[in-house]
Ligand binder design. Structure first.
Ligand code: PMP
Length: 384
């Protein structure tokens, strides 16, 4: 318990629920885009086609037809796997917890990107992990530093979000992906690839997953329905060699026995009726617009010394304030103007990142984005 910290983001979410606040803080999908009617239909269909299955206990690995559907769906996205290499989890957050439970002993090191996903730090902290953090540039993890730190710290595995990373929005280039896989194979370093955002690309070229680049060797791949359908249904999936799936299944049995029977069947109906393929382009189009609105407003209202990385997809824009301006200190001033963001510090496993902050563009309308960025620009300009 001493190593476990509460999530600053979840605390911020309590404040930002106030209606007057324009929040760029959470990582929430746009609620007005939820496919309510199609999902209602799918739930009804699941209940009428397999009522007993919907209400009964089920296998830990996940509902087999959903796994088969997912394997076929993923193969159309360039990722080839078999149902025995897959399990369903209660969101990919649970997969992170199960990975920690199955593979981390106290004081084992996890190599992470700097910055990295806060929820992964939270999950691994429960298993008393230590972190070896490696800086990124706009092409992803820096390879020389990665190699040097693998040799020095002997991490148990690497945890990375290579596509539209949370929090930085950075996408690892193909060249960097290949170099990283080569390094990982040289040092027999397993990789956990977390990919909740990869299906939300609105510009640039599609990059193959690390899992695909490595042809599955040494990579555990995680993704989720949270950003492409709904986070409330809490369904994610893991792809890994069968022996790793067996370990994670044991860990999951102890945690919660199985994924939700009803929702797995509803998502299966939703997918097989073609809704997933229809819905994702719809989300992407809206996120492209919102990201564009935010970037244009940043150009207009932020002082020129503030820098940021334009993302090609996902949900976040990462900002860097000029020297000595603390994003944490400015947070209160921003909140006084009824606008919120997440300070970058919380995403740094070993401290630092004081001048950075994360902006979410998916959970506000274009008008709110315009107004919120204008207010933030004022706060930054005054601080400068
Ligand atoms: N990994 C990353 C990088 C995330 O950003 C998130 C959600 N914020 C998760 C995992 C967890 O997603 P879920 O449990 O909803 O699938």
């Amino acid at each position: 318990m001493a190593r476990m910290q509460h999530s600053t983001i979840r605390e911020i979410l309590k404040i930002t629920k106030r209606p007057e606040i324009i929040s760029f803080a959470g990582g929430l999908p746009a609620p007005e885009l939820f496919p309510l009617e199609a999902f209602r239909e799918s739930l009804n269909q699941a209940l009428s086609e397999d009522s007993t299955g919907c209400l009964q206990y089920d296998v830990t690995e996940g509902y087999p037809p959903l796994k088969e559907f997912l394997c076929a769906w993923l193969s159309r996205h360039g990722l080839s796997c078999k149902p025995e290499e897959m399990m369903l989890t209660n969101g990919s957050q649970q997969a992170l917890d199960l990975i920690g439970k199955a593979f981390l002993n106290p004081n084992d090191r996890v190599l992470v990107e700097n910055p990295t996903y806060l929820g992964a730090i939270q999950a691994f902290n429960a298993y008393e992990a230590r972190y070896t953090s490696v800086l990124m540039d706009a092409s992803g993890l820096l390879m020389a530093e990665t190699e040097q730190k693998i040799r020095k710290d002997h991490p148990k595995f690497a945890y990375v979000v290579p596509t539209f990373q949370n929090p930085s929005g950075i996408t690892m280039t193909l060249e960097r992906r290949k170099a990283f896989i080569k390094l990982a194979q040289k040092y027999k370093l397993p990789i956990v690839e977390d990919d909740p955002y990869g299906y939300l690309r609105f510009s640039g070229d599609i990059q193959p997953s690390l899992y695909s680049v490595a042809k599955g060797r040494g990579v555990v791949y995680l993704s989720t329905f949270s950003k492409i359908l709904s986070p409330g249904i809490r369904l994610g999936f893991v792809i890994a060699p069968p022996e790793i799936i067996r370990a994670l299944v044991l860990a999951k049995q102890a945690a919660d026995l199985q994924p939700n029977s009803l929702l797995q069947r509803a998502v299966y109906c939703y997918g097989k009726n073609g809704h997933l393929d229809r819905h994702i382009p719809f989300i992407i189009e809206s996120y492209r617009q919102r990201a564009g609105t935010m970037l244009a407003a940043m150009d207009r209202y932020f002082p020129s010394s503030v820098r940021w990385i334009p993302p090609e997809g996902g949900m976040f824009i990462w900002c860097m304030l000029p020297n000595k301006i603390s994003a944490a200190k400015l947070f209160k001033k921003a909140l006084a103007q009824n606008v919120a963001y997440v300070t970058g510090r919380v995403f740094h496993a070993n401290g630092g990142g004081d001048q950075t902050l994360r902006l979410n563009f998916t959970n506000s309308t274009p008008d709110q984005i315009e107004e919120g960025i204008k207010r933030l620009g004022k706060v930054f300009s005054e601080a400068l």
